[in-house]
Design a protein around this ligand. Structure first.
Ligand SMILES: CC(C)(COP(=O)(O)OP(=O)(O)OC[C@H]1O[C@@H](n2cnc3c(N)ncnc32)[C@H](O)[C@@H]1OP(=O)(O)O)[C@@H](O)C(=O)NCCC(=O)NCCS
Length: 187
């Protein structure tokens, strides 16, 4: 299969689009430098904007070389980058994609990530061949679990020790969630 170029996905208040290097300042200031945002994620808060530029440059390389499903969340009224959402892992055996996301703290609790995840659920099941979307959250990060449930993903609790095995578990639904004591992975 060739490289899939991700589309721009529009809604009234948010736009999902590929990252550009112009997003570095907003990404650094709005969420990448915030240790509260990174608390349950696989990366540490960035210490300087060069780290952010490096990360975005790597994503841009991946847009050009592979099917890389990673969107910038732009807030339409201010045209500012406020977060990211995308696939953090593809399981080719199960044909499933694992989704991760994060958002600037100033925009929490306004329904933004629920909307972003709903847009991606629609996109993945109408425009791609993935059979399943998966997302994990730390037990303590229950707000992330609410986002997943709000976006219509059926909920399953997955014990930590089973996490490694979960992708081979057969589930009757196309889409499912796992809750686990491990962190959600976001690159
Ligand atoms: C998790 C995260 C993406 C949620 O995004 P969000 O846009 O604030 O979520 P929403 O506004 O769509 O809210 C979803 C639900 O959580 C609730 N919620 C959101 N922020 C909340 C807060 N600070 N306190 C209490 N409840 C909150 C909302 O009221 C809503 O609840 P409802 O379903 O009962 O209506 C955001 O908190 C974040 O970026 N966290 C850091 C990164 C992270 O943890 N990513 C996920 C890793 S698995």
């Amino acid at each position: 299969m060739g490289v899939v170029k991700i589309p721009v996905i529009e809604s009234i208040d948010i736009l999902l689009r590929p990252f550009t290097l112009n997003d570095a300042e907003a990404m650094y200031n709005n969420w990448a430098s915030d240790s509260e945002v990174a608390k349950y994620l696989s990366w540490d808060a960035h210490k300087n904007i060069d780290e952010t530029k490096f990360v975005i440059a790597n994503w841009i390389d991946q847009y050009n070389s592979t099917s890389f499903y990673h969107w910038c969340i732009e807030y339409v009224p201010s045209k500012e980058a406020i977060g990211s959402i995308g696939v953090v892992h593809i399981n080719h055996n199960e044909n499933s994609a694992e989704i991760g996301y994060c958002l600037s703290r100033s925009y929490w609790n306004k329904g933004i990530m629920t909307k972003a995840l709903r847009l991606l659920v629609d996109y993945f099941f109408s425009e791609t061949d993935f059979d399943k979307l998966v997302s994990y959250h730390d037990n303590d990060n229950f707000i992330s679990g609410k986002v997943m449930q709000n976006a219509g993903l059926p909920y399953r609790q997955v014990p930590y020790l089973l996490l490694k095995a979960v992708e081979s578990v057969t589930v009757p639904l196309q889409t499912f969630l796992g809750e686990s004591t491990t962190v959600c992975v976001l690159h």
